[in-house]
Write a protein that binds this ligand. Structure first.
Ligand code: AMP
Length: 216
């Protein structure tokens, strides 16, 4: 049995064409079913639905053989024990710093002020501000980061931005782009050895669909 860990929503939807290229069709719709393990048209392949931030954990410890997750999640989680053969170029967005309209971010950085930054992405934010030599107090949040500067909880946020509409609707402006994000295929290294043929077949089919060379 090959188990693929996916999260519902954008990643699931954008993975379906890749699965199709590998001859795999998921038999249930995750938006309507309450099942967490979904069968496919291939009896030896199943999909497990997990939270996006749990995908690396499932794959690392062998709860799933493969998974698809954002670069942001991998950087936060760390990628020990994970083989990352492909950038799938799906669920694209960027990681950015944003502040309230009218907040002088450049001035605060220039003056060496200590900034309060709210984020779910503490590791990425810590690394980014350390590399710039900016002193920050990081405040860990689990959701709705946009609210933090509006309520005075923080001066800035580090969050993922796609169209920028959410920032705009909350009178926030993007002041720095930290990195571009897309989703990656991750593979459990032990599974890759034990189930080499079926896993390689999936990796190769994804790579062919993406017209990317397969990593060795
Ligand atoms: P947008 O208004 O299009 O800039 O989308 C911003 C919000 O959507 C962010 O606060 C994120 O929570 C979420 N979002 C957009 N794209 C992604 C993505 N690729 N991965 C995870 N979350 C995303």
């Amino acid at each position: 049995m090959i188990t693929l860990a996916l999260s519902k929503g954008r990643i699931f939807d954008e993975t379906l064409p890749l699965l199709k290229a590998a001859g795999i069709e998921v038999l249930d719709d995750p938006e309507t079913t309450r099942k967490l393990i979904l069968a496919t048209n291939q009896p030896e392949v199943r999909v497990v639905l997990v939270r996006a931030s749990d995908v690396p954990t499932y794959v690392q410890y062998g709860g799933a053989d493969l998974g698809i997750t954002g670069k942001d999640t991998l950087l936060e989680h760390g990628s020990q024990g994970l083989y990352q053969p492909l950038d799938l170029q799906i669920a694209k967005c960027r990681m950015s710093v944003a502040v309230r309209e009218g907040f002088d971010y450049a001035g605060a950085v220039r003056q060496g002020s200590r900034l309060r930054v709210a984020t779910k992405f503490v590791a990425i934010a810590r690394e980014f501000f350390a590399s710039k030599g900016v002193h920050v107090d990081l405040i860990k949040l689990y959701g709705s980061m946009e609210l933090a500067p509006l309520t005075g909880l923080s001066d800035a946020i580090v969050d993922v931005v796609s169209t920028g509409n959410t920032l705009k609707a909350n009178h926030l402006v993007e002041v720095e782009r930290i990195m571009d994000i897309s989703s990656r295929l991750v593979v459990n290294q032990a599974a890759l050895k034990l189930k080499q043929q079926p896993i390689r077949r999936i990796i190769d089919a994804f790579a062919a669909a993406l017209q990317q060379p397969t990593a060795p």
